[in-house]
Each structure stands twice: as C-alpha cells, then as structure tokens.
Design a protein around this ligand. Structure first.
Ligand SMILES: [Zn+2]
Length: 292
C-alpha cells in the first residue's frame, strides 16, 4: 500500500472513531484537575478550558491545538479548510530511532491529521483573510514539504482574493526526516510571502510557544506585524546550545516574548483573549491603507 492510501485508510478510521471529539486539544485528555505549569495552582479543567487555557492566577498561556486556535480567532463558522488532501511522502525513506513512516503514522493516530498545519480562509470581525495555524502536537509542529506547500497555496489564495494572511506558528523548526526537502520550504515560503509584499498585502505573523529553528529563521519573522503570546519561547537555537557555544550565562527571560519585545525583535505581545479583536482592528487598518 502506498503512503497516500495508507493515510487515507487510517484517517477515515480515526475520523469515524472520533466524530464527536476534538482531538486537537493538547491537554484535553487530562483528568478533571489541571496544574498550571507556571504557578502550580490546581484548577478544574473545565474552568481552564472556559478561559481558553490561560491560567486565571498567573496569566500563563498553555499550549493549544490548531482547532481551538482557529475557533478563537476566526468568526464563527467562517473557516473553510483547504488542502487537507495533501499527504507527506517519504522520499528519503528516512530512519532514525524509528522510521519516518512510523512517526507519521503515530502522529496521525494522535491528532487525526496528516500535517502539522491547518490552512484555510475565514473572516475575522468581518474582514476576509487566509489563516494558517500550526499544531505542535503533530511532530512538534515541524515544517515539511506539505506544510510549505500549504503555506504557499494560502499565499496564492490571498493574492487571488486580494487580502491578507495570518500565520500562527508553534514549531520546533524544519522536519529533519525530510532533510533538504524541509529546508527548501524556508526559501519557498519566503518567496511566496515576497509576492504578497510586492502586491502590498499584509502578513501578520503570530508567534506562540514555542517557535524555533527553520520556522523562526524564515517566514515567522517576515511578518509586517510580529505578534507573540505572553511568555512564549521564541528563538532559533535553544538556550542550552547558545550557552554552551558562547560560554556565558544568559539573561533572565531570555527568548521569552517580553524579552524580544523589549529588545525590538517583535512588535507586540498580545493576550490570547485579546487576539481576535487586535487582529480584526489591524486587518481593518491595513485594508484602509491599501484603499488609500
Ligand atoms: Zn498559573
């Protein structure tokens, strides 16, 4: 059985099994009580869920999946998903401690998805936009050929419809199992966004916990507006690697959103529960600018 048929088969089995379940919520399988990873307060899962997984005691933003993220940003029932039929292939027949095929199979079982991003069109407070959202629970949100292609197609749709694009990143970086094929996605996505730039169409990049490696080194930092969630870890290499390389201790809050804002690397830090309004307002401003 080739990979495409293999994925279609497993996907339909999973969809059948989980029809009523949103498999994307990373922490939804936990028991009734949830411990905040930051302040360690114990809370009811339902309470945290109602607050969109933001700790009411310390404002810590817990990781959320793509479906939840889309429901928080897009206008109700406005999101139309595209390119769900794209499946990863394994041109290198890559094997590390496990085969790439096996890893893909496990991620598919875990998330019900065949790639680490969801891409589609939606409106945000009435303004149409293309929305691309990473899901860290699928192979660490890594950027492979399918993800790159989905981003490029989203840019093409935005160019066709003459509106902006928003990409919400949560990624460990390029997918090493695809080697050079994944690294090529950095150039491919950057080139597509350059076309958006030439056409004067806005790109808002939202950096969430964590955004690293080839993703932060390419499209994630090319936004006209760079927005991050509070406390998100954002960088290229991890702090431990940097510390070993330079042989010095790193400052407090290194690679956190607030640190990046203070040092001019990003434009704004926005609470998850204010994100939709902020995006809606920005899209309206960009729209006016382009008319003028
Ligand atoms: Zn907390």
């Amino acid at each position: 059985m080739d990979l495409k048929n293999f994925f279609s088969k497993i996907k339909s089995e999973i969809l059948e099994k989980e029809k009523s379940v949103d498999s994307n919520k990373i922490i939804e399988n936990q028991s009734h009580w949830v411990k905040c990873p930051s302040c360690e307060s114990m809370m009811f899962f339902k309470e945290v869920e109602n607050l969109n997984h933001v700790c009411p005691k310390c404002n810590f933003h817990m990781r959320i999946g793509a479906n939840k993220r889309i429901s928080l940003i897009a206008d109700e029932n406005s999101f139309v998903v595209f390119d769900e039929e794209l499946h990863p292939t394994d041109p290198l027949e890559f094997v590390d401690s496990k085969s790439y095929k096996k890893r893909l199979e496990e991620s598919l079982h875990k998330t019900g998805k065949t790639s680490s991003i969801m891409a589609g069109s939606c409106t945000i407070n009435g303004t149409p936009v293309e929305l691309v959202v990473f899901d860290f629970s699928f192979m660490g949100g890594s950027l492979g050929s399918v993800e790159g292609e989905k981003i490029v197609r989203a840019c093409n749709r935005a160019l066709e419809k003459n509106h902006g694009i928003i990409i919400v990143s949560a990624s460990g970086g390029a997918r090493m199992q695809e080697s050079t094929f994944s690294l090529m996605q950095m150039a491919k996505t950057s080139a597509a966004l350059k076309k958006m730039d030439n056409a004067g169409l806005p790109f808002i990049s939202i950096l969430t916990d964590p955004t690293f490696g080839g993703v932060s080194a390419s499209f994630a930092f090319l936004g006209d507006i760079l927005m991050a969630e509070p406390g998100a870890l954002i960088g290229f290499a991890g702090a431990r690697v940097i510390k070993q390389t330079i042989g010095k201790d790193l400052p407090d809050g290194f690679q956190r959103s607030e640190f990046l804002l203070e040092h001019g690397s990003i434009d704004m830090v926005v609470d998850r529960n204010d994100m939709k309004k902020t995006l809606g307002d920005l899209l309206k401003v960009f729209k006016k600018e382009s008319v003028a």
